[in-house]
Design a binder for this molecule. Structure first.
Ligand SMILES: *[C@@H]1O[C@H](CO)[C@@H](O)[C@H](O)[C@H]1NC(C)=O
Ligand SMILES: *[C@@H]1O[C@H](CO)[C@@H](O)[C@H](O)[C@H]1NC(C)=O
Ligand SMILES: *[C@@H]1O[C@H](CO)[C@@H](O)[C@H](O)[C@H]1NC(C)=O
Length: 535
């Protein structure tokens, strides 16, 4: 009896503790091991699958609190499958008393934001009297309650929309970017959140840029910034951003970043479609995909590989959620192929469907925002489905399985499965393939079933006939082609009408050639990537 009583008490104690255990899981300090972010205590991989949420604009108020209760928004982040938020702050919010002490209510009044004030009074009345700094803490705490990790990002010095080359917030020494004040800000924020286990990382500065940029100053200040954070809060990961709007860390190839806490260092980068004109994306999708992927590898993904690897956090990427930007649409499939292959940590731009005040406009829309302008729900749920494979851990620090491959189709976000037909399904239940040698069969791991070509416009075949030899073709290398008769090749393609895979004429081959006519088709439907998985 006594034993039984003890058991049931222990059971109730366990139930009671459950929510705390869940929080505890994410609250252990993180550290790094080679290219992985790990739980410091257990060495297990923790993958950051974050969304950006902004709080650094002029009013210094987390966006959306005028639209929905804080609790609702935090719950939404979690229910959309993110385990983390990259939450922004502006230096002056913490270093200047006339910014930090201002209340939410006063801040809204200062900008004449009557509608936003009424919205906050309706949805979050308890925050109106908080100072903007106490509100920042309240948001972090609410995310913590929802088991969401927080990466704090120093986005600007002066609260405002970011980023242009000459907005005074671009580089150390710019009119609003005093390095001393920046260090002071890092120090205050590290201290403020020192005992808060929800904050797992601090990102040093968003998108360094502008005329004053230099590698020497970068190194000087970033090493000092990292050391400052580490001194105040030795638990937190320190995320180091590069030059040129956080697109370049190539200079670390010749001279590594030097601090004595490498197991707390993570590097970050941003990857958008902006740098390439839309017409080019549309005319030469394979070639442009190849080009931007090569740049990403050369400029920052190299950090993951090599002798002295570090984790790389893709801390901003995103697309117009309305699906109207064709450059964005093609870029995201291209990016997802690489993000899945490297299994990197990431933060999507962005959560917010609106801004309280951006660039002088109240209730400014965010077309890159996941949430709609009223913050009710995802603006485009088909986009969320695309993120499914990169949300999960595909490669573990300590493999609990030999490496096999998923055949990923980034346009749909799904993976190939063999059954009676060959079709696309959720990557969690998709088929697992052996490593593929270029020009060899694509074979299931285990049973000797291979992928075969039957004919043009016909479903691909799964059978024990392993005679189809597959090559990665086009400059993007994202097409898988196999011979179908003499001198003829066909590519895998998602069938338009359903989820089956057919073989068709390869689209937009040679769009990288000089004077090649622009390709009128969209080859994205034929893009596949073999993604390594060992879990
Ligand atoms: C704080 O004071 C400075 C200097 O007087 C001023 O320029 C700035 O607008 C003030 N900030 C706020 C938020 O009131
Ligand atoms: C959602 O986005 C996809 C592209 O990612 C686009 O094709 C579709 O039209 C969008 N849907 C809506 C309702 O905007
Ligand atoms: C998505 O956002 C666009 C404007 O950004 C809007 O026109 C559209 O109605 C939204 N769709 C949903 C489902 O909220």
């Amino acid at each position: 009896m006594a034993g039984k009583k003890f058991q049931s008490e222990a059971f109730f104690l366990f139930l009671f503790l459950l929510p705390y255990i869940a929080v505890f899981c994410n609250s252990l300090p993180l550290s790094t091991s080679s290219r992985w972010i790990v739980d410091q205590a257990t060495g297990k991989r923790v993958k950051l699958a974050c969304v950006n949420w902004v709080s650094h604009l002029q009013p210094m108020i987390a966006e959306g609190l005028d639209k929905k209760p804080l609790k609702y928004i935090a719950g939404k982040v979690s229910s959309m499958g993110f385990n983390c938020v990259r939450f922004t702050w502006a230096t002056y919010m913490f270093t200047r008393a006339n910014y930090s002490k201002i209340t939410v209510s006063q801040s809204l009044d200062n900008f004449g934001l009557k509608d936003a004030k009424a919205g906050i009074a309706r949805n979050n009345p308890q925050v109106l009297c908080l100072s903007v700094v106490d509100l920042h803490k309240a948001v972090v705490n609410e995310l913590g309650k929802n088991n969401i990790m927080v990466v704090l990002d120093n986005h600007v010095s002066q609260p405002k929309w970011c980023c242009s080359d000459n907005d005074g917030n671009g580089f150390f020494g710019d009119v609003n970017f005093d390095p001393k004040e920046w260090l002071q800000g890092l120090s205050i924020v590290a201290r403020t959140y020192k005992d808060n286990p929800t904050v797992v990382a601090m990102s040093m500065r968003n998108e360094l840029r502008g005329a004053l940029q230099s590698k020497d100053d970068w190194r000087l200040y970033m090493e000092e910034g990292a050391t400052t954070i580490h001194r105040e809060n030795p638990n937190v990961l320190i995320i180091v951003s590069g030059l040129n709007f956080d697109t370049n860390l190539e200079f670390l190839k010749t001279k590594p970043f030097r601090v004595n806490f490498n197991d707390k260092l993570v590097f970050e980068a941003h990857w958008y479609a902006f740098s390439i004109p839309r017409e080019k994306w549309i005319a030469q999708s394979n070639n442009i995909c190849a080009y931007i992927t090569r740049n990403a590898k050369n400029n920052y993904l190299f950090l993951i590989r090599g002798n002295n690897p570090f984790p790389l956090f893709l801390s901003e990427f995103g697309i117009d959620q309305r699906g109207v930007n064709e450059a964005d649409n093609r870029y995201i499939s291209c990016l997802l192929a690489t993000a899945a292959e490297y299994d990197i940590d990431w933060a999507l731009w962005a959560l917010q469907g609106s801004y309280i005040l951006r660039e002088g406009k109240a209730n400014h829309d965010e077309v890159y925002g996941l949430l709609d302008i009223n913050w009710d729900d995802a603006n485009n749920s088909s986009f969320l489905e695309k993120l499914q494979l990169i949300k999960q851990i595909n490669q573990d620090v300590v493999p609990n399985h030999p490496t096999y491959y998923l055949l990923y189709h980034p346009l749909s976000g799904q993976c190939v499965k063999f059954c009676k037909t060959v079709y696309l399904t959720n990557c969690k239940t998709a088929s697992r393939f052996d490593q593929h040698q270029d020009g060899g069969p694509i074979k299931l791991a285990g049973p000797s079933q291979c992928l075969g070509v039957v004919g043009e416009g016909v479903g691909a075949r799964a059978s024990n006939d392993c005679s189809s030899k597959w090559r990665s073709v086009s400059s993007s290398k994202l097409h898988l082609a196999a011979p179908s008769g003499p001198g003829k090749f066909l590519c895998l393609e998602k069938n338009d009408a359903d989820s089956t895979i057919v073989t068709k004429k390869c689209l937009c081959m040679g769009d990288n050639l000089q004077n090649a006519p622009s390709c009128p088709q969209n080859p994205e439907i034929q893009w596949f990537k073999l993604v390594p998985v060992n879990v």
